[in-house]
Write a protein that binds this ligand. Structure first.
Ligand code: CA
Length: 231
């Protein structure tokens, strides 16, 4: 189940959005404070953040920027009318999409679902190849081939690899990787990500001491080091 963090200081709107998202099957956390949103975004690692631009303590852009320093969580921004157009443009660094108030709650739910589908590696499907065929991921057969040899991955290793392969080169924080691999009997502690990565490297890398496929980004997390091949 996906957890959505709703950040909105208007209580009635916040509860309205919560109700619609819950009925659509999401677990929902709410706050009216930007500071608390930053904290929750980092500790709870939600699947998506619905973020009001006009918050009383910290502007929404600031909250988005702050969240982006530690996570790649998708952000759906709530803005008030076209007066905010300039600010919306400024959001390009942060938000994945935005909805202008007043909005139809059902539309917000559809946008949330669309963003999550885009970000879900399981939805990608098919066979993808990386690094001139060095790594091949077959989502339908749940099979990973590295340098023409099938690698036997545990469900958690599979989940980690497909999460990283969703966007090669993009840095995924440990918290986000935990979030994206939930549902695979995951223990959910950041250090367990490191140990799963270590196992994954042993199975995939030519030299696990000099990893080229699952790269470490200092202070950031991990990324897939191979580019996706054009097919
Ligand atoms: Ca507001």
């Amino acid at each position: 189940m996906h957890t959505v963090l709703v950040v909105e200081d208007e209580r009635k709107l916040r509860e309205l959005v919560r109700g619609y998202l819950e009925r659509a099957g999401f677990a929902v956390l709410t706050t009216g404070s930007g500071a608390e949103a930053i904290q929750l975004g980092q500790t709870v690692a939600p699947s998506l953040v619905v973020l009001d631009l006009g918050l009383p303590d910290i502007p929404g852009e600031e909250v988005a920027r702050e969240l982006r320093t530690t996570t790649q969580v998708p952000i759906l921004m709530l803005t008030a009318k076209s007066a905010d157009e300039d600010r919306i443009r400024g959001l390009e660094l942060g938000a994945d999409d935005y909805v202008t108030k007043p909005f139809v709650p059902r539309e917000l739910v559809l946008r949330v679902q669309a963003i999550l589908r885009r970000h879900d590696p399981q939805e990608a499907g098919g066979v993808r190849s990386f690094g001139d065929g060095e790594l091949v991921i077959d989502e339908d057969r749940r099979e990973v081939t590295v340098r023409d040899t099938t690698a036997a991955l545990t469900p958690t290793e599979w989940a980690l690899l497909t999460a990283l392969a969703a966007t090669p080169g993009r840095v995924y924080s440990r918290a986000e990787l935990i979030n994206r691999t939930r549902g695979y009997e995951y223990e959910g502690y950041e250090r367990t990500v490191d140990s799963h990565v270590k196992n994954l490297r042993r199975k995939l890398e030519e030299d696990p001491r000099v990893p080229r496929i699952v790269e470490t980004v200092l202070g950031g997390g991990y990324r897939l080091g191979l580019p996706r091949d054009r097919t």
